[in-house]
Design a binder for this molecule. Sequence first.
Ligand SMILES: [Zn+2]
Ligand SMILES: [Zn+2]
Length: 391
Amino acid sequence: MNISPEVGAFAKQMIALRRDFHTHPELGFQETRTAGIVAERLRGLGYTVRTGLGKTGVVGFLRGGKPGKTVLLRADMDALPIQEQTDVPWRSEAAGVMHACGHDAHTAMGLCAAAVLAQEAASLAGNLLFVFQPAEELLIGAEAMLRDGALDALQPDAAFAVHVMNRWPVGTIAIRDGAVMTSADKLFLTVAGKGGHGANPHMAIDPVVATAQVISALQTLVSRETPPLKTAVLSLTTLQAGTAFNIIPDRVEITGTLRCYDADLRESLLKSLRRTAEGVAAALRCTAEVRNAFLTPAAVNDATMAQIGRDAATGIVGADRIIAPEPFTGSDDLAYFWQRAPGCYAFVGSAKAEWSPAPTSHNAKFDIDESALTVGAEFLVRAARAALSSR
Ligand SMILES: [Zn+2]
Ligand SMILES: [Zn+2]
């Protein structure tokens, strides 16, 4: 691995920062301690800092010595509602809250890149724009920042971010062109009938039986209505009905999620969802109501930025350690930033060689090989330099 002395000099500090964030994790929109440390560090490095964007988001802006492009570097700061089950000395001290997705690492990498690039700002042609976003796990932090004017009149010319990934060993970097993460909608379905005695179903209108049929029928949206070479995921994940074994309830409440890469496919599946739920429910004398909350569009890597990213990554880990991953069916609301600037979202391998299998993200035993920190920070630094010097 080829880590520059500038990033190497921050390695210890980065590990200490990551462990500190890990010990003190904060849920989405509650990242006040983390944001405070981020803002203080950025100010100390000479950045113009704005805080309280999207409640707890932080932006740091630094003008280079010469005019030029603006590069956006984004990190996320929030943790998850999970009770940590590792025995590392820096395990979470917050009951039921854990950095189980590596955002502690991303924040530390972002701060290291901010420091290294600030050192050379006088000779840089262009501007640095660091974005530390809240509430990525809720998929609503990025948009909240933008609504609060995080980018103001700024039009970034390039954007980069990294996410640690335990599916690959440390010393690898995964980058793909085009769609990387899906759009995400939160779905709310209500099937309503008429409650009554469990022993007299003919005098009631049973929404439970109707719901069973609705759920079965909705399985055809992906299998029969989605073109076989396109991707969609429809998962119905919560179901609430009834209060007692002998009562037919009035209504059933269902929630779930829809994930797509293609915006047109998303629109058509939302229509099909309504048509199918309402139609099947009506056939069984019930009514169905479908609502959706659009959380984030799909995150799409720009081909030019992905190439800049791959070149940077090749310089760090070598061409044979670059992975071209399949698209993920998860979502990341950095998509909102990627809509404002051509971007490259890169994934930094973070599994220790001796882990088999490595703990997965969003698991209570999640951990990373901390040497991924230098890889990620080095990537951000090299990609930013390259984007600023590209024509
Ligand atoms: Zn996550
Ligand atoms: Zn994450």
